[in-house]
Design a protein around this ligand. Structure first.
Ligand code: 5GP
Ligand code: ZN
Length: 146
């Protein structure tokens, strides 16, 4: 754990988050500044900053990667069932690629619109109107994950 890292601290339960799913390897929680309703981050518990920091050929790392993508897939499927339309997966490595939190994460961004709607990649484009709306959104995703 990196004590200066916000996602390590969320994983450790030191900073609150609206969790959708968690196990011993990964956790999924709502983005604090969503691009769309239900925008979720899938985060390995272990701290690596970017893809470039992952060791190759290490079985433990491979197991985390496999679990990371399995959960991303499930959240993606749940988002499409919950909100309709489609979904984007987004993963940024390094500030030049728009990474603002240097702890590996995958974004799942629901896209409930139609093909005519241009997807926004703007952080905070769809803020929750209340804690009630945020929790209701999380609960909907959790239900479709079961
Ligand atoms: P990046 O730009 O690094 O790919 O994405 C980082 C994401 O983390 C952003 O979408 C941002 O809104 C989100 N984020 C930053 N700090 C927090 C936080 O404390 N809690 C949650 N839930 N999300 C955060
Ligand atoms: Zn970290």
């Amino acid at each position: 754990m990196d004590t200066n890292c916000i996602f390590c601290r969320i994983a450790a339960g030191e900073i609150p988050s609206t969790k959708i799913y968690e196990n011993d390897k990964v956790l999924a929680f709502l983005d604090i500044s969503p691009m769309e309703r239900g925008h979720t981050l899938i985060v390995p518990r272990r701290h690596w900053a970017t893809m470039a920091d992952l060791p190759s050929g290490d079985p433990e790392t491979e197991a985390v990667m496999s679990e990371w993508f399995r959960v991303a897939r499930l959240v993606c499927k749940a988002a499409i069932k919950a909100f309709g339309g489609g979904a984007n997966l987004l993963q940024c490595n390094g500030p030049a690629a728009g990474q603002t939190v240097p702890h590996l994460h995958l974004h799942v961004i629901p896209r409930p619109g139609t093909v005519e709607t241009q997807p926004s990649f703007v952080s905070g484009a769809r803020a929750y109107s209340s804690d009630v709306e945020r929790e209701a959104t999380a609960e909907l995703l959790r239900r479709y994950l079961r």
